[in-house]
Write a protein that binds this ligand. Structure first.
Ligand code: NAD
Length: 264
């Protein structure tokens, strides 16, 4: 087999049992990276996913079900991957949840879970993965922020706060590792059609008493000038680009991938 761009590298993608994380895992595996899958879901279905990914891309794929609410589980997952593969060369902080509510009704447990899963878990994975990256003087950290890391929408206070936090964390880590061959960047997608967005469509239908089509056109795509959802495969290819030598000087950016939403 011809040598692939990421042969010998290992990528850990949080929340990769679904949606964007899964597409990123597939893209990185297709370039030869060994994969650490993570996320919630049915163990039998995850095992099918793991085995298929390993077989179709001829790479090692392992699964660790660390809960992003549990710092000790996060550290153990990263440490285990480093022990098995030598380093987590590519870390994709992708796990995330959403909850939509006016702030005066926002349940405190939902607020805390969004902050912890969408933001605080990134601190724990980076803290655990960085020493081995520094030792080998190479690494790629990719944080899934959001267009909501750059601009706000009403009723998403916890999510917008967490994603703005991810953008700030990305810039800070980028400065701390700037003189090494490690980069840390954020990707800021607009609306991507994944299970997370399907859930939001259902929520908005209930909140506004609107049809599915009305919610898609009048609430979601109204923000996105190109009037289409972002495709998960587009994001997989962007992750691959950020891992390439051509992206070696790209550090600390928050890349909008939202059809022009934040250009308005
Ligand atoms: P998704 O719901 O399809 O996938 C989320 C993943 O996170 C799943 O694998 C899930 O199991 C995992 N996860 C959730 N809670 C977890 C926990 N406590 N511990 C471990 N894993 C957990 O969502 P998605 O749309 O693919 O979103 C992925 C990321 O992209 C999120 O950070 C999200 O905020 C961000 N994002 C999504 C969109 C979009 O439109 N879908 C837009 C911008 C940013």
């Amino acid at each position: 087999m011809e040598k692939r761009a990421l042969d010998g590298r290992t990528a850990l993608i949080t929340g990769s049992t679904s949606g964007i994380g899964l597409a990123m895992a597939q893209a990185l595996a297709s370039a030869g990276a060994n994969i650490v899958l993570n996320g919630l879901g049915d163990p039998d279905e995850i095992e099918v996913l793991r085995a298929e990914m390993a077989a179709s891309h001829d790479v090692e794929v392992i699964y660790n079900g660390a809960n992003m609410l549990a710092p000790a589980e996060i550290a153990a997952m990263v440490d285990g991957a480093i022990e098995q593969f030598g380093a987590v060369d590519i870390l994709v902080n992708n796990a995330g949840i959403q909850y939509v509510s006016a702030i005066d009704d926002f349940p405190e447990d939902k607020w805390q879970a969004i902050i912890n899963i969408n933001l605080v878990s990134n601190f724990h994975t980076i803290k655990a993965a960085l020493p081995a990256m520094k030792k080998q003087n190479w690494g790629r950290i990719i944080n899934l922020a959001s267009a909501h890391g750059l601009v706000a929408s009403p009723y998403k206070s916890a999510y917008v706060a967490a994603k703005h936090g991810v953008v700030g964390l990305t810039k800070t880590v980028a400065l701390e590792i700037a003189e090494s061959q490690i980069t840390c960047n954020a990707i800021c997608p607009g609306y991507v059609r994944t299970p997370l967005v399907e859930g939001q469509i259902a929520d908005q239908m209930a909140v506004h008493d609107m049809s599915r089509e009305q919610v898609i056109n009048d609430i979601f795509l109204v923000a996105q000038p190109n009037k289409r959802f972002v495709e998960v495969d587009e994001l997989g290819q962007i992750a691959l680009f950020l891992c390439s030598p051509a992206a070696g000087s790209i550090n600390g950016i928050s890349l909008p991938v939202e059809g022009g939403w934040t250009a308005k």
